[in-house]
Design a protein around this ligand. Structure first.
Ligand SMILES: [Mg+2]
Length: 381
């Protein structure tokens, strides 16, 4: 032991890793080009240490959450127990080696939950919020946009738009799908209803062929939308490059990427203007920071994806947003689902969305307190 600096020399040994599969019914279904989501699952990762510190993280596990539990308990836990929780980079590499092929898929999502929990432990051990550990930029609030106006009929879309404007959001995302003629009509209609002072963007969730995306993209550019998100399937990188040349709207994507190398091509040639990794998918805080930094080097903005995830994903994203210089704007799910409303208490004084901003928690680690009764209640039996 180093008597002068015990905090640095003392290891904080991991004694247990628990994975809690949770499920919630959304207060209002999310309607996208993929279909209707009314039930969503995640896995909450709990890491216990010999110092009594407990770290928590979240794995994006929309489907088959029990499979993630198996992966965490059988492949990752044996590589973690007995190790120093502060050796986050080394543990990440060790976990990654439990897959001999290219990095991606459920393993990286499982690692994401562990990685967030390790950063939470590091923050609690040092008494620092994660944003400060990441370098910090002095932001204490971050800009968010309302997500989202669903792909529903015109009257309901109008109501959702007006509700978000009424809640003070200056930036609003609209879900878009087929047919293209309806999409182009909706783009113009919502612009007229919102007026020119509200910023609008669109998420298509891979709805289009290249030719369809060109048509929709031109309508978006003509109506001053600030981005066109995932118009094409993520594998169609050549399609994204072609689309960028054929319409003027900025392209956004990245929630479907697992690691930095998957974002490399479209960031390096600046096809994308905005990169949107999801911290609960893209290997946690460690890999998401790497991905956002890579984007920053190429003049591409970072805009965290949250989707229907829980409060741990949202809070980890807030810390990244507060710390990374190329942060642009973060997604904010407007309906407070049980994963956001019940799972944790925000730190005292931390205000939820106000005029399109969120507070950055100032407590150690993630800066939130998990409600373990809610975990038990939401747990899949
Ligand atoms: Mg999206």
């Amino acid at each position: 032991m180093d008597a002068e600096n015990p905090q640095v020399s003392d290891a904080i040994r991991i004694v247990d890793v628990l994975a809690h599969p949770l499920s919630q019914t959304l207060p209002k279904p999310t309607v996208t080009s993929w279909g209707v989501y009314s039930q969503v699952s995640i896995v909450l990762v709990e890491i216990r240490t010999d110092a009594g510190i407990i770290g928590v993280g979240e794995t994006l596990a929309r489907f088959s959450p029990r499979a993630y539990v198996e992966l965490i308990e059988t492949s990752l836990k044996p590589r973690l127990v007995g190790q120093d929780a502060r050796n986050i980079g080394g543990l990440w590499q060790s976990m990654r080696r439990s897959l001999s092929g290219r990095a991606g898929g459920m393993l990286i999502e499982a690692i994401a939950g562990v990685d967030i929990a390790l950063w939470d432990i590091l923050g609690k051990a040092t008494g620092q919020p994660i944003a400060k550990l990441l370098g910090g930029t002095g932001r204490d609030r971050i800009d968010v946009y309302a997500a989202a106006v669903n792909w529903v009929d015109d009257a309901e879309a109008d109501r959702e738009l007006e509700r978000y404007i009424g809640e003070g959001f200056p930036r609003i995302k609209v879900k878009m799908s087929n047919p293209v003629r309806d999409a182009c009509r909706r783009i113009e209609r919502l612009r007229k209803r919102a007026g020119d002072d509200i910023d609008l963007c669109v998420d298509a969730n891979w709805a289009y062929t290249l030719d369809e995306a060109v048509e929709v993209g031109r309508a978006l550019a003509a109506n001053g939308y600030f981005w066109f998100e995932e118009p094409l399937p993520p594998e169609n990188e050549q399609g994204y490059e072609e689309l960028r040349k054929r319409c003027d709207v900025p392209l956004a994507a990245g929630e479907s990427n697992f690691t930095t190398d998957q974002a490399q091509r479209l960031v390096a040639n600046r096809t994308l203007s905005i990169l949107q990794p999801d911290v609960a998918r893209a290997g946690g805080i460690s890999e998401t920071r790497r991905m956002a930094d890579y984007a920053g080097v190429h003049g591409v903005s970072y805009a965290p994806h949250i989707g229907m995830s829980g409060i741990l994903c949202e809070t980890a994203s807030v810390h990244l947003a507060a710390a990374l210089p190329n942060f642009r704007v973060m997604e904010c799910e407007c309906d407070m689902s049980p994963f956001k409303r019940d799972l944790a208490d925000l730190a005292p004084g931390c205000v939820r969305q106000k005029n399109g901003t969120l507070d950055v928690p100032t407590g150690p680690g993630l800066g939130i307190e998990i409600d373990w009764d809610a975990v038990r209640r939401l747990r899949i039996q």
